[in-house]
Design a protein around this ligand. Structure first.
Ligand code: ARG
Length: 462
């Protein structure tokens, strides 16, 4: 066979223009799917032999050639050119080159349209499991940090204004919960990824007596798709996956935003290790949280990947269209970005020092227990709205006189409400305010510890 002869060249009179070869080629990036393409082809060849569409000896020769191709690719002995178009064509061409006509028997009962979906599904199944593992490691670090900081008090914020004191452990576990939902999303979308398209062929199935279940079983895929047209047109699982990745990135990005703020001189709540920061080319004093900033920045890329896939799909007529080749680069980018970011973020986090004293001082300053005074009055029978008003006036008074809630004398408190007594000074202690929030989901050490125990118990179960 001539070197550049296309596997589909039968009905063509002129060779493909070089510019078109380059323009339509995807092998420079979809070569990444080679191992899955080979696994899928081996399963397909075995099924063809089991169903007597090809002989056992032919299947054996094809499989041997496929395994050799895998080795050659891994050893860097086999390189592809744009003339090979995509990884599926490149591998098939190589089989034919190495074993001759028998190689041409492999493509019976399939099309690149179901083949490419199979490859991407196998790839994404493996990547989704890997991502789950990486996020679970990040979660384990969060639990360790929560245990370490079960007594560390920090100001909790709303509107970036000091709101109420919380435990730093509670803060860490807030992210644990977000990442737990992310894992559930990947897992759930993983069920829709793990469906076998093999046998849908170009769009209508095949007239050959294939056994789709057999192919799926060999690839450890539990179900086969139910409609051949849907099978080759569907990229929902890619959109879903990138959405899950985008949410994980968003969570990382928010976490990074806090770490960036906390690293500033103004907050000074945290110090990221030198190893995870960079310097300035001009200002010698600078230590910048570039890693956290880049994770925040890369979140935008993954959002872009999601928009790309959604937009790619919206106007496509049924069923396969070449536009779909454009699904791979955004997908690969989303996979690589989310994995890198989870890994680097975890390492940065465990190499960050959290400054308990600074956090405590910030929590003590700024009336963060004002709500506790209002709740103290509620317990004395004052309607909450009224209590809110009273404490608002107390705060205004403190602000005017440059005092804190703890510095106000009992006589002064009583000017605002007669029922104040000495126990008010206990109520406004940060430890007390935190300890009082002991319901499920509250920030009291007892609640947070309970949650840690639940998490650890479930982990041992799974
Ligand atoms: N490289 C193509 C893709 O990624 C494979 C399928 C091509 N099928 C076709 N009929 N042109 O979508």
């Amino acid at each position: 066979m001539a070197k550049n002869k296309k596997l589909w060249s039968g009905r063509f009179q002129k060779p493909t223009d070089e510019i078109v070869e380059r323009f339509t080629a995807s092998v420079h990036y979809d070569r990444r799917l080679y191992a899955y393409d080979i696994d899928g082809s081996i399963a397909h060849a075995q099924m063809l032999a089991a169903e007597k569409i090809i002989s056992g000896a032919e299947a054996a020769r094809i499989i041997k050639a496929l395994k050799k191709i895998r080795q050659d690719i891994e050893k860097g002995k086999l390189s592809f050119s744009v003339a090979d178009e995509d990884i599926h064509m490149a591998i098939e061409k190589e089989i034919v080159r190495s074993i001759g006509e028998t190689g041409g028997k492999l493509h019976a009962g399939r099309s690149r349209n179901d083949q490419v979906v199979l490859d991407v599904r196998l790839f994404l199944r493996a990547e989704t499991r890997q991502i789950d593992l990486l996020i679970s490691r990040l979660q384990a670090s969060l639990v360790r940090l929560a245990k370490k900081h079960i007594k560390t008090i920090m100001p909790g914020y709303t509107h970036l204004q000091k709101a109420q004191p919380v435990l730093l452990a509670h803060y860490f576990l807030a992210f644990w919960e977000m990442f737990e939902r992310d894992r559930a999303r990947f897992k759930n979308c993983g069920e829709r990824i793990n469906v076998s398209p093999s046998g849908a062929a170009a769009l209508a199935g095949t007239g050959l007596p294939i056994d789709r279940r057999k192919t799926a079983k060999m690839l450890k895929i539990p179900v086969v798709s139910k409609n051949s047209m849907d099978t080759v047109a569907d990229r929902d699982f890619i959109a879903e996956f990138i959405f899950a990745a985008a949410l994980t990135m968003m969570h990382l990005s928010r976490f990074c935003e806090d770490l960036i703020l906390w690293s500033s001189g103004e907050f000074d709540f945290a110090e990221i290790s030198d190893a995870y920061t960079t310097g300035s080319s001009i200002m010698p004093q600078k230590k910048n949280p570039d890693v956290a900033e880049l994770i925040r920045g890369k979140t935008a890329r993954v959002y872009g990947d999601l928009m790309a896939i959604l937009t790619l799909l919206k106007g496509l007529p049924m069923t396969y269209n070449r536009d779909l080749q454009e699904d791979k680069e955004p997908l690969f980018d989303a996979v690589d970005t989310v994995k890198d970011c989870v890994i680097v973020f975890t390492r940065m986090l465990v190499n960050t020092e959290f400054k308990a004293e600074r956090m405590y001082a910030a929590a003590a300053d700024g009336f963060s227990t004002a709500t506790d005074i209002a709740e103290y009055l509620v317990k004395k029978g004052v309607p909450f709205r009224k209590a809110h008003e009273i404490v608002g006036k107390v705060v205004a008074h403190c602000l005017a006189g440059g005092q804190t809630l703890a510095q106000l004398s009992l006589a002064e408190y009583r000017k605002f409400y007669k029922g104040f007594s000495d126990d008010i000074y206990d109520v406004i202690r940060l430890e007390k305010a935190i300890g009082a929030r002991k319901h499920t989901g509250g920030t009291a050490a007892s609640s947070v510890t309970k949650r840690i125990k639940e998490i650890e118990k479930n982990k041992n179960k799974s």
